[in-house]
Design a protein around this ligand. Structure first.
Ligand SMILES: [Zn+2]
Length: 500
């Protein structure tokens, strides 16, 4: 209890005296728009939507001819207003990660003073209608960068999606080896093998101001359980990987479902259980779906992630980024996409045990996700970007199409991309629906997403934290970063030449 109270005090926001003041969001009226609230199957045609101070103030029939003093007008005729999309599983590229890198190709790059690198990533997310992202872990410097960015965006000093910053907790590989050839390193909170250090890791995440916990790999049974339980005590949600199977101190299936996280971060985690224990037997689909449903866990299927990995495995190249988005991938991220940085194209990846089951694993995960959906397990839209082939922003639209393809109705896809994510990451801040009183994180579409889910890519503009950003303005702000991007490319080229 003492540690908890202490944690709250330490987790307080930095002194406001040095930071510029928060920027007021302003007032807008979207006229004569079709509203798709997404919390129900309703479609509200010809509405006037008033947005003030970051929130949806009112939604009225267009016929009421509402005029709001001092408001800027957005023409909503022929357009559709839907909740902003949330990427529930992303690993953001950041300046902090570049600073942390020990890779000679990128360490010490000149990133300038304006946080332009981070700005471009945030703008690309908004360009795709992504007004919320959950970061499932990065390097220490990257996390620090994101915790800072979160505050800048919340205060309206920077354009970007609402950030939920997760603390990834990972054990040492040797701790869960089936037949250990290396000694298990001493436990520490940064790499715990005991319940006590698992608990400390969670408490430190609370002190640092993280939003949620990601239990990751190589955690033995007692450590995994301690992390999940301490997170619940601290009011953290957990979204991560299922525990390891097969070693003496590892979990089994009953343990994993008996000590549930809030959310499973990939459907592939369930497919892993099925692959190891039952060689992807179709009979396991129902058993797993039943176990997930009974445990109360929700799932972020990340089907596009699996599709992309399988694609790289089969075709030995990175799949093309959908139309027009290729240029959005920055030069540093691109290094991870090309050999030798891209581990999915390596021989070691091809040679690993179980590689021949990747393709079938994707099929299994799709049918399993369909079964989860039929059992009403809440699903969210996550991408694992910037995994090679998955660009920030547009990958969210790709995953929405994946979910549509396994049977979700378009409105259910919208719900997975918004309401379900809000319920998971930020339930106290409202439902995420397009309703009066909710936060104004919204996307204005040029075409009906209920007629064709691909229309989620036809974006007229975005309300991010209550600020209207028409597509032309997002493009203009992105163009301001072109010089920076060229400078980055030039620095990388010079390093490459110097290395030869
Ligand atoms: Zn991930």
């Amino acid at each position: 209890m003492i540690a908890y109270l202490l944690g709250l005090a330490l987790g307080a926001t930095p002194a406001a005296s040095t930071a510029p003041p928060a920027q007021p969001a302003g007032t807008w009226v979207v006229e004569d728009v079709t509203v798709i609230p997404a919390d129900t199957d309703e479609v509200l045609a010809h509405r006037t939507v008033v947005i003030r101070d970051g929130k949806i103030e009112r939604i009225l029939p267009q016929a009421s001819k509402t005029k709001v003093k001092g408001a800027a007008v957005v023409d909503g005729r022929g357009k559709y207003l839907v909740p902003g999309f949330v990427d529930a599983h992303v690993h953001l590229s950041t300046e902090g990660a570049i600073r942390d890198s020990k890779d000679a190709a990128i360490s010490g790059l000149d990133l300038g003073q304006e946080h332009r690198y981070d700005r471009q990533i945030m703008l690309n997310l908004l360009k795709a209608g992504v007004t919320g992202v959950a970061n499932l872990g990065g390097s220490a410097g990257s996390d620090e960068d994101l915790l800072r960015l979160r505050g800048e965006i919340d205060a309206g000093r920077m354009d970007g999606p609402k950030l939920y910053v997760g603390k990834r907790i990972n054990g040492p590989r040797a701790a869960v080896a089936v037949s250990p050839t290396q000694p298990v390193p001493a436990s520490k909170p940064e790499s715990p093998t005991t319940a006590a250090d698992g608990i400390l890791a969670v408490q430190r995440a609370r002190e640092r101001g993280y939003d949620f916990i990601k239990p990751y790999q190589f955690l033995n049974r007692e450590t995994y359980r301690a992390i999940v339980e301490e997170s619940a005590r601290q009011g953290f949600i957990t979204t991560g990987h299922l525990p390891e199977l097969g070693c003496a101190s590892c979990a089994d299936r009953a343990f994993a479902f008996g000590h549930p996280m809030t959310n499973i971060a990939h459907s592939e985690e369930l497919a892993r259980f099925a692959r190891i224990e039952h060689d992807l037997s179709p009979k396991d689909i129902e058993a797993l779906a039943q176990a997930v449903s009974a445990s109360g866990m929700s799932v972020t299927p990340t089907l596009v992630t699996l599709r992309t990995i399988v694609d790289m495995y089969v075709h030995r190249q990175v799949p093309a980024v959908p139309g027009g988005w290729d240029a959005s991938v920055d030069a540093v991220t691109r290094l991870d996409w090309a050999p030798p940085g891209n581990r999915y194209l390596s021989q070691a990846f091809r040679d690993q045990e179980g590689a021949d089951a990747f393709s079938a694993g994707y099929d299994f995960a799709r049918v399993l996700t369909r079964e989860l959906w039929k059992r009403k397990v809440p699903l969210t839209v996550g991408t694992d970007a910037a995994l090679p082939g998955l660009a920030f922003g547009v990958s969210v639209q790709q995953e929405m199409v994946e979910l549509r393809e396994i049977g979700l109705k378009p409105v259910e896809v919208l719900r997975a991309a918004s309401i379900n994510a809000h319920r998971l990451f930020d339930p106290k801040a409202g439902s995420g629906a397009v309703r009066a009183g909710e936060r104004a994180n919204l996307v204005l579409l040029d075409a009906d997403p209920l007629a064709d889910i691909q229309n989620v890519g036809k974006i007229a503009g975005v309300f991010a934290q209550g600020r209207w950003l028409p597509m032309a303005e997002i493009e203009r702000k992105l163009a301001e970063g072109e010089g920076f991007e060229r400078g980055l490319q030039q620095q990388l080229r010079e390093r490459k030449q110097a290395a030869h």
